[in-house]
Design a protein around this ligand. Structure first.
Ligand code: GLC
Ligand code: MG
Length: 705
């Protein structure tokens, strides 16, 4: 047994057993139960750290998963924070570093303590007998500490920002404090060996907006969701919170949970609710605007928003139909989602912009449909979980319409509720730990020099439903590719973005590809020693004659077509949702009649992409072949649906997996296309081997002749 483990360790050539250290400076970080909200900085990032480290500690490949934070002595916040060590589990503990300053420090004051803290931490690490293999820094101040630790001790680090200031800066007038925070975040982004964020919006819009961001260091890893089991007693206590406010507590509940700050836009929600006769006659509005001890206490912004809230409730005379309880605990909050679902209600997040949108995930975990702002993280959370509708937070009428639709359309409500419960299953801490470890190992084994790949043959495969779909097949294909790495190159060609493609490959334990064709063959990324490089030549070729504004103008108000989420729109890819397959020909006619040079591709009967004429999966594969000087008959292309058609049709060795979509049935009869008996990755492997055998026979026949 021990022999087997040691062998594994050496064959992979990377540390298989990981010692991980998380660093977080602020808040009252302790082993559960945590008193969330006890100070302003004791919030979501602590739940994230504890969830992540607990899952990592459960993983057999992890030797230790420890957390470092500040030691402080403040009995009002709990004596435990003065304890240098607090065990969480057998493989995990909280280590509290004494910087010399034993006061609790809020966010604004932490910076002054940082140098002393860093010195003390480095001293601690020098003295310990086993140093961590990787550090995970939470928030930009911890990243600064981690950077200094790396300089001294050579330990690489991963940075998670949790809530970036980028959008704040766009919304509010720039204060010096905000400018300093943006700079600090940029420094963290520049220094980190990898950055992990939860949503596509963070990975593909917010982080890349920082001057020092490098796209190939950004990874999306979805945190787990702990589904709180709601007890009967919690439900009763939650009901008691709202009953004093409501005439008919059993009406459908429109629920909002957010701190009383302007950007959460709660007042506009009250206005929208109050000015709709229909809504206020049929539903109750329940808002949990943080904790308060009266509207005259607390921070200035909180006071302002709370007063506006009461004012709006008064003006619209919402007494009896609107509740805004002042105190609640986390069990009551969980129970409130549950009550809202039981009442056939809806959760609303009307924020002007939301970096991530944890409440939408929480609502999903209770099967509660949502109406959410389209700005920021929510648009991709809702696209992924398919559990609600998006709104423009500045448009109260749109907000009203969306809420009413959720209440009226029983089929929609049921579908959203079911989707929420099913899709949330993909967000769990076990998968998170898996993903974290593969990112950490990629960094730890990053000494690979940028050797140019010279494969003799190459597999280029679609991802969704071709590589993914069956775990067993994926494992077999992955093992084959790893074994044959030296001779068989591996590439993917997908409709997904670069970040999403990498996430899926990681989730399916596929090898890191040598070349990654993303966004329906409109972007090509080459693997370099450490990361990836965008193929600029290909981009330059596509840019010629491409005019996305003309495409968007031509498709504006096109019947049966709506735009996909903003995050899906790429430099060379305009994407839409079509209400049926016959839209395709009408779109092509429209493009032709306007003299627009572009190609339209339909997948799964409803995903419609418009690309430059020179783009597409086949064009990208041909470009890759030319760069590698690889004859086309040395490339095997595999796919399953509409956006694979040009690639399968044009490559001389194609594989159609058995689970192919109806829209590509025509391909199955072609002589160069091998239709696998197996589905998904197992079908890809079957086809790859079939083509290999056939070309060997052909070569043998040629030699014999
Ligand atoms: C992926 C992309 C989407 C595209 C589809 C079909 O799902 O995310 O934008 O329309 O592939 O190519
Ligand atoms: Mg596919």
């Amino acid at each position: 047994m021990a022999g087997a483990i040691i062998k594994l360790r050496f064959t992979l050539g990377v540390p298989e057993f990981m010692h991980i250290l998380a660093i977080a400076l602020g808040g009252c970080l302790r082993a559960p139960p945590v008193r969330y909200g006890i100070t302003e900085d004791t919030g979501g990032h602590i739940a994230y750290i504890l969830g992540a480290m607990a899952a990592l500690a459960r993983d057999p490949r992890v030797t230790r998963a420890d957390i470092v934070t500040r030691l402080f002595d403040d009995p009002a916040l709990g004596n435990v924070h003065a304890q240098p060590r607090e065990a969480i589990s057998a493989k995990s503990e909280i280590i509290r570093i004494d910087s010399g300053n034993r006061h609790y420090l809020a966010k604004e004051d932490l910076a002054r303590d940082r140098a002393a803290f860093t010195r003390a931490l480095i001293e601690f690490l020098r003295a310990s007998d086993r140093r961590p293999d990787i550090i995970h820094a939470h928030l930009a101040d911890a990243a600064d500490v981690a950077r200094q630790v790396r300089n001294e001790l050579g330990i690489p680090f991963i940075y998670t920002a949790h809530s970036l200031a980028h959008d704040k800066a766009a919304m509010m007038q720039n204060s010096p404090a905000l400018a300093a925070r943006l700079k600090e975040e940029d420094r963290a982004i520049a220094a980190a060996d990898a950055i992990i964020a939860s949503s596509r919006d963070e990975c593909e819009r917010q982080l890349p907006a920082y001057p020092s961001a490098r796209f190939d260091r950004i990874h999306r890893l979805r945190p787990g969701v702990d589904v709180a089991d709601v007890r009967r007693s919690d439900l009763i206590r939650a009901r008691r919170l709202v009953e004093p406010f409501l005439r008919q507590p059993s009406r459908p509940m429109i629920l909002a949970i957010a701190r009383p700050v302007h950007k959460k836009n709660l007042v506009r929600l009250v206005e929208a609710f109050g000015s709709s006769r229909e809504l206020s006659a049929r539903a109750n509005l329940v808002i949990l605007p943080g904790l308060r001890a009266g509207v005259k206490r607390g921070e200035a912004e909180h006071r302002e928003v709370l007063i506006d809230l009461v004012d709006a409730i008064d003006r619209h005379d919402l007494h009896g139909v609107a509740a805004w309880p002042s105190r609640h605990d986390s069990r009551q909050v969980a129970a409130m989602y549950e009550l809202a679902r039981r009442s056939r209600g809806v959760f609303v997040n009307p924020a002007l912009t939301e970096p991530y949108g944890l409440t939408l995930i929480e609502a999903a975990s209770h099967g509660l449909p949502v109406v959410a702002t389209r700005n920021g993280g929510p648009s991709d959370i809702v696209a992924e979980l398919e559990h609600g509708l998006l709104i423009n937070p500045l448009d109260p009428e749109g907000m009203q319409r969306a809420m009413l639709r959720m209440l009226d359309d029983e089929v929609l409500w049921q579908r959203c509720s079911r989707n929420a419960l099913v899709n949330i299953g993909g967000m769990n801490w076990r998968d998170y730990a898996n993903g974290f470890l593969s990112i950490a190992q990629e960094i730890a084994s990053a000494d690979r020099t940028g050797t140019t790949m010279r494969p003799q043959r190459m597999l280029i495969s679609d991802i969704d439903n071709t590589l993914t779909g069956c775990r067993k097949g994926a494992r077999r294909l992955s093992a084959f590719l790893t074994r044959k790495r030296a001779s068989v190159g591996f590439g993917v060609a997908t409709g997904r973005s670069f970040v999403e493609a990498r996430r899926l490959l990681r989730e399916w334990d596929m090898p890191v590809p040598d070349v990654l064709i993303a966004s329906v063959g409109s972007e090509i990324y080459w693997r370099t020693g450490r990361g990836f490089r965008l193929d600029e030549d290909y981009a330059a070729a596509l840019a010629k004659g491409w005019n996305p504004d003309a495409v968007l103008a031509a498709m504006d108000d096109f019947p049966g077509l709506v735009g996909q989420a903003p995050i899906e729109q790429r430099r060379f890819k305009c994407s839409f949702l079509a209400d049926g397959p016959d839209v395709l020909n009408r779109v092509r006619d429209r493009l032709a009649s306007r003299g627009i040079a572009a190609k339209a591709i339909l997948s799964h009967d409803r995903l419609l992409d418009i690309l430059p004429v020179r783009a597409g999966k086949h064009a990208a594969v041909a470009h890759v072949a030319a760069v590698l000087e690889l004859p086309c008959d040395r490339i095997v292309a595999a796919g399953d649906s509409g956006n694979d058609v040009d690639m399968l049709a044009a490559s001389s060795q194609a594989v159609l997996v058995a689970n192919f979509h109806e829209e590509v049935r025509g391909m199955a009869g072609l002589t160069h296309v091998y239709t696998a008996r197996r589905s998904h990755a197992a079908g890809v492997l079957e086809g790859l081997l079939w083509h290999q055998r056939r070309s060997r026979t052909k070569e043998a026949a040629y030699v014999a002749a």
